[in-house]
Design a binder for this molecule. Structure first.
Ligand code: AMP
Ligand code: MG
Length: 416
């Protein structure tokens, strides 16, 4: 049996990032991965500007609270004033450029209207301003020439905003990964259909699609393949042509009704790994050869065909295997900067009394007190545990723990 790390290392060693890059507009960037570092050509903010509505002054003119200065200009955001003459003030608003000569902005709350000295009146400054007060300096966010986002960054709301703030309208991102999804099992009925005797509803098909899509993949649902070698081979061949990855659920054991293994062996190459983890011991990984042209093989891997993953049929095993193996693999192929889940050490709120000879990933969630509680039924068919949980407790083989003990916790937020 392989350890989790050994299996993951094998997978990641084969994961070549998608080479094609698409220059994509800001509105379509959410969840995409930056193909090159983003460097700012501009300074942000471009000019010294006011952080408040108030009055721009020269500190040297305000030697004591209560000084009155004539207001000689009015600078709303979007307009540019002129140099501030000694002994005068400028009415200024948040975001407006601070006029040359001014070295502080006094909030309007610390000012009062003074006597009518000119056509804009005068202001009484009721505090002692300090140089730099309420001024946002040019370049305090970004200096021109700075790398603002490294290659491989996942573009979320803040990153898209940052790109917009430096005037970038399009960013180079890697092409979305194309994934074909197949479910196997004659017992499977589709939701919305009547459940025949001996049937169960197909759940893997739907949560897998959601997980791939939340990682930014384009999913082709290649349907539900009957438990037949010929049908499975035909479905694999078709899926290999225009996808980067084929993923099946179920049928990867070595039972008479498990046709995925022989079908992939006939159409390409397959390794069936036994991994010392629970749930999710069997994992099949390999490739399906491409017959026709028009494939999407990466340069240098043209004869490697389309990557193949065979996930276990048990829904919980399928869910956990996706998070532990497929997610890091997909992230690497998407060119993500980091792909491994981040573990945190937290305190257990439940006892775990059933040591296993494999490393266990237990469905768990954070309680209000910040401790981690376990779902009571850890069976590999109990999908309720995945919906209830918000993470996994990573427990070494042969180990138990008690409430109060430290545990290694992997949040689904970091994983999904
Ligand atoms: P298998 O790996 O095909 O032997 O399936 C293992 C278990 O998972 C069996 O109980 C199957 O009925 C169940 N199973 C397989 N595929 C699915 C699916 N798509 N949705 C729900 N359960 C499944
Ligand atoms: Mg089956």
């Amino acid at each position: 049996m392989l350890s989790y790390e050994e299996a993951l290392d094998h997978l990641l060693a084969t994961a070549v990032p998608i080479a094609e890059v698409e220059l994509t507009p800001l509105a379509d960037l959410r969840g995409r991965y930056l193909a090159e570092a983003l460097v700012s050509t501009v300074t942000v903010p471009p000019l010294d500007n006011s952080a408040m509505d108030g009055y721009a002054v020269r500190c040297a003119d305000v030697t004591a609270a209560g000084v009155s200065l004539p207001v000689e200009q009015r600078i709303p955001a979007g307009s540019v004033g002129h140099a501030l003459a000694a002994g005068t003030a400028a009415r200024i608003f948040t975001g407006a450029p601070v006029p040359k000569g001014a070295d502080a902005v006094v909030m309007q709350e610390f000012c009062a209207h003074g006597p009518q000295l000119g056509n804009m009146g005068s202001v009484i400054v009721n505090c002692l301003p300090k140089p730099g007060m309420n001024i946002r300096r040019a370049g305090e966010d970004i200096a021109a020439g700075t790398e603002v986002l490294p290659a491989g960054t996942r573009l979320g709301a803040a990153e898209i905003g940052l790109a917009a703030s430096i005037g970038a309208a399009r960013l180079p991102v890697r092409r979305r990964l194309r994934v074909a999804l197949l479910s196997t099992g004659d017992e499977l009925a589709e939701p919305g259909q009547p459940l025949p005797p001996g049937g169960i509803f197909n759940s893997n098909r739907y949560f897998l699609r959601a997980m791939f899509e939340s990682l930014g993949c384009t999913v082709t649902d290649a349907g539900h393949v009957p438990d037949s070698l010929a049908e499975t081979r035909r479905a694999l061949r078709a899926a290999a042509e225009c996808n980067d990855l084929i993923v099946t659920s179920g049928g990867v054991s070595v039972g008479e009704e498990d046709h995925v293994k022989p079908a992939v062996e006939a159409e390409g190459e397959l390794s069936l790994w036994k991994i010392a983890i629970k749930p999710g011991k069997p994992l099949a990984f390999g490739h399906v050869s491409k017959v026709g042209a028009g494939g999407t093989a990466e340069p240098g891997r043209a004869n490697m065909g389309t990557a193949f993953f065979g996930l276990p049929g048990n829904p919980v095993s399928c869910f956990v295997t996706f998070l532990l193996f497929l997610r890091p693999y997909l992230l690497k192929r998407m060119g993500a900067r980091t792909s491994l889940p981040v573990a945190r050490t937290l305190v257990a709120a439940s006892d775990w009394t059933k040591p296993d000879d494999r490393r266990s990933f237990l469905r768990a969630r954070l309680a209000a007190d910040g401790r981690v509680e376990l779902y009571p039924n850890q069976g590999s068919g109990v999908l309720t545990s995945c919906a209830w949980a918000d993470g996994l407790v990573d427990t070494p083989a042969q180990q138990t723990f008690k409430a109060g003990d430290p545990v290694r916790y992997l949040s689904f937020n970091d994983l999904q």
